[in-house]
Write a protein that binds this ligand. Sequence first.
Ligand code: PAF
Length: 285
Amino acid sequence: MQTVETIAALRAATGAWRQGGERIALVPTMGNLHEGHLHLVAEAKRQARRVVVSIFVNPTQFGAGEDFANYPRTEEADAAKLREAGVDLLFLPRVEEMYPGGSQGMSFVEVPGLSDRLCGKVRPGHFRGVATVVCKLFNMVQPDLALFGEKDFQQLAVIRRMTRDLNLPVEIVGVPTVREPSGLAMSSRNGYLSPEEKTRAAFLHQLLLRIADQLRAGQRDYAALETQGEHELREAGFAPDYLAIRRASDLEMPDTGDVELVVLVAARLGKARLIDNISLGLGLV
Ligand code: PAF
């Protein structure tokens, strides 16, 4: 595995592959890699001849008071995992390489509407930072496809919309969430949980499964399900940011005829802010 820190070195490597007609996949990450990331890499290897992984803790997607400074940085261990997984190239840029003019007054990519609800409402500017850095990575790597975890359902929707709206020639692939045996979705932020909190955090997935069952059973009072779910989260010791039932295609409020739904949750437990979701197609039932 080759490791490069500059855009010039990255372009030299990917340019040669492209000239040789090799299909290139990109897996963008912020490092602190877990089984979920390695699933993205495995899927990337299935779909492309060359796999590029980027590790960049992107300052523009963190708000004031969020965990940018403390975000776990484990580059050596990450590189070992990626080498073992058969990644071709690790792109490990410094902040100055990604944002040479600083991030004040720079050009941004905005995906309006979709970015402003749910997590975007609680973390203003977050999806602008995500869309911008992903767009920059697409320009740098020029991959044929890019892979993202479905755990970050809203992020995936924002990236799909940006790619469509800006005619970026990149296929966006969503990869199913990888879970602990308890059902807890794997996340770099699970490291903030104490062992007791980690056990309790499995409640998020159980709650989503139960709400999905209620929807499948014909319950259509979405507001009542959301209120009851948030109540249960508080009872279980979480501080919920939201529990929401949305139309899967655009995260708008569903009407009773919509069949492709997603139930999304974001809640704080101790020092961790956890997110999870479950998609369901009622048309198939
Ligand atoms: O999901 C993440 O790790 C990040 O939001 C991403 C997509 C790498 C952009 O910084």
